[in-house]
Design a protein around this ligand. Structure first.
Ligand code: HSE
Length: 403
């Protein structure tokens, strides 16, 4: 089996390294050696082991009938999409680590793969080295998936963990993360939640069988989280995590990405630093936890190569059940149900009667030295919360509480 890698960055070079390091065991599992024939990149890599395999023209790969599998690790929607379409149309199976591509074009590329009797796989696009796509697609097929909640972004989890443990501001921790290479120079996609949003859209589309458009998912990043929020969280015995979640609720589907308070007894509480965790709830299997490295060269490459092996073992087959192109309508943010932690201006004494009348039975939390107070509401929809919060006035910040 001869393969090509498109994009020799962090993940592409990791794929070449995994193929080389585990050459023998991969050949045993595949039933034949897997040989890297081409690497496509615009740059030169003098002295690199792949130097002689480097090509700058995608058509060299597309026109070579020996290449049966193409690995796409370029990132971004274009030109990755055009190249992947070319490969699938040329009868080559494709695996990608590119969540932007899968979230935007997944349905179309799955259909094109089917038409051409090849596969389009994307194990590495969500959760890096964590196996999550194959479990959803193959192992949990007897279940109706009720909920998926994940810490799907390592950068923001690193930042929030450090803010929690060291009491630092977001600005300071972000700078440190950038210096260590855990955050990009332009961190927008991570800290605004866009990356996690694409990943939960992919998982939800697979789990519920219809297209979930990431544009429909209400998304809040972590930019408004302060060290004061963490003081309250500690007082409540909780932490703050950026959660990406979708669930069935009364025959409808709800999805959102937002920083949430997570209690000590929640399975995602212990997922710290750059690690990712994904909690899946099936109506038969009940709760399942997937944990591991959500990014990084070798862990992500491991997931990519697992797709390569799977495709090499099943030539001429379309492996992944496509999700339907029918759009899954999502209920709006207002129908989200849960408890809310609210930081409010003023003092508990002066607001106690008013808040009791508006919110009912709330529990209070105060931090010495802060000229404000916090409280936790009973369970209600977000539409109800919005209306009550407007009526009460003086809200400084609201955080949802993970259930
Ligand atoms: N920036 C992403 C993360 C990379 O931190 O999870 C992996 O998708």
């Amino acid at each position: 089996m001869k393969i090509a890698i498109m994009g020799y960055g962090t993940i592409g070079s990791g794929v070449a390294a995994v193929l080389e390091k585990n050459r023998d065991s991969i050949a045993r599992k595949t039933g034949e050696p897997v040989e890297l024939k081409y690497v496509l990149d615009l740059r030169e890599f003098p002295g690199d082991p792949i130097e002689k395999k480097l090509v700058h023209d995608v058509d060299v790969i597309m026109n070579d009938p020996e290449v049966g599998i193409v690995v796409e690790t370029m990132g971004g929607v274009e030109p990755a999409c055009t190249f992947v379409k070319k490969a699938l149309s040329a009868g080559k199976s494709v695996t990608t680590s590119n969540k932007a591509l899968v979230a935007k074009k997944g349905t179309e590329l799955l259909a094109l793969a089917k038409e051409n009797h090849v596969s389009f796989l994307f194990e590495a696009s969500v959760g890096g080295g964590i196996p999550i796509i194959r479990p959803l697609n193959q192992c949990l097929t007897a279940d109706e998936i009720m909920e998926i909640t994940g810490i799907l972004n390592g950068t923001t989890n690193y930042i929030l963990t450090k803010m929690d443990k060291e009491g630092e501001s977001l600005e300071t921790v972000l700078k440190d993360a950038q210096e260590k290479g855990y955050a990009e120079k332009d961190p927008t996609a991570d800290i605004e939640g866009y990356d996690a949003c694409r990943k939960i859209a992919i998982l939800s589309s697979l789990a519920y069988g219809s297209q979930v458009d990431f544009e429909d998912i209400y998304t809040e990043g972590i930019t408004k989280i302060t060290s004061e929020d963490f003081k309250y969280a500690r007082e409540l015995g909780m932490s703050i995590k950026l959660l990406a979640t979708s669930r069935r609720a009364g025959g409808r589907f709800c999805a959102l990405v937002a920083p949430m308070l997570v209690g000590e007894d929640h399975p995602l509480y212990a997922v710290n630093g750059v690690f990712n965790g994904i909690l899946v709830e099936g109506n038969m299997a009940d709760k399942l936890m997937f944990y591991g490295r959500g990014a990084g060269s070798l862990p992500t490459a491991s997931a990519v190569v697992s797709d390569v092996i799977e495709m090499a073992k099943n030539p001429g087959e379309t492996l992944l059940t496509s999700w339907s192109s029918e759009k899954l309508p999502l209920a709006d943010r207002g129908s989200w149900t849960g408890r809310y932690f609210v930081r409010m201006e003023g003092s508990r004494e002066e607001k106690r009667v008013l808040l009791g009348e508006i919110f009912g039975d709330v529990s209070y939390v105060e931090i010495p030295g802060l000229k404000e107070f916090g409280f936790v509401t009973p369970v209600m929809t977000e539409a109800e919360y919005d209306q009550k919060a407007a009526q009460a006035g003086g809200v400084i910040h609201m955080l949802r509480i993970a259930r």
